[in-house]
Design a binder for this molecule. Sequence first.
Ligand SMILES: [Zn+2]
Ligand SMILES: [Zn+2]
Length: 284
Amino acid sequence: MTGGLMSTNQHIDLHLHTTASDGRLTPAELVLAARQLKLTLIAITDHDTTAGIPEAQAIAKGNPVIIPGIELSTADNGHDVHLLGYFIDLDYAGLQDSLRDFRDARDNRARRIVNRLDELNLPITWEQVAKVANGGAIGRPHIAQAMVQAGHVRNVSEAFEKYLYTGGPAYIARKRLTPEQGVALIHDAGGVAILAHPGLVTDYESLVIRLVPAGLDGVEIMHPKNTAEIRARLWELAEDYHLIPTGGSDFHNEERGPIASEVPPAGCVERLQAQAQRYRRQSG
Ligand SMILES: [Zn+2]
Ligand SMILES: [Zn+2]
């Protein structure tokens, strides 16, 4: 019965990054890559920005269909919690204002990390870091790469293990949204809020249960970082709390894993779409 739908879903990827955040392909290149794979529908979910979406939509012209999405960074007790937002209204000023604040905060923080490295006798220049980021939002991975280029460390892992880890000598905390605030922001923008890659979230079970009353709409079950055991538990949670199960490749570049490496659960796009109707703002 679901055979047709499942084979259809093999041509869907709901979690993709572009150069607008930390992906390697430009929005246009991503659209062309998706076409080559015969994908019919993709969601662009860059970290804290929707900047890649208009370009992708203009190039794609419906082939593939592009769901406007985002991956919002929030924090729970210092732990990263990423929320995927689907069918968001790109023109909603409240969302764009918040995203601009995040970017400013992120930029300030990155600059402070560069200063701190200087104090630690590990000088890198802001220009080097910006060059590595290639126009995208600057984060710790870009700083780590600049440190490799400057010869301070052998590789990105060493930069994190020695200096950039949370609480490390070159770590600067950043004020971030709570997951509850993130869910509310996605809803305000007319979008559906999904907990991204729960397998990477500390104590995801209690977080999911806590976020249900805050309006969490679903959980990303099919994700490369979710083990079989975690997926099984997530299916139970989705069932018990009426959450929409979703999935996607979380594509950044070929080394990390290919596009469409995961198949979204049958019917999930329809459920996301139906749920988004509930959040659409009356004013239009
Ligand atoms: Zn993520
Ligand atoms: Zn992602």
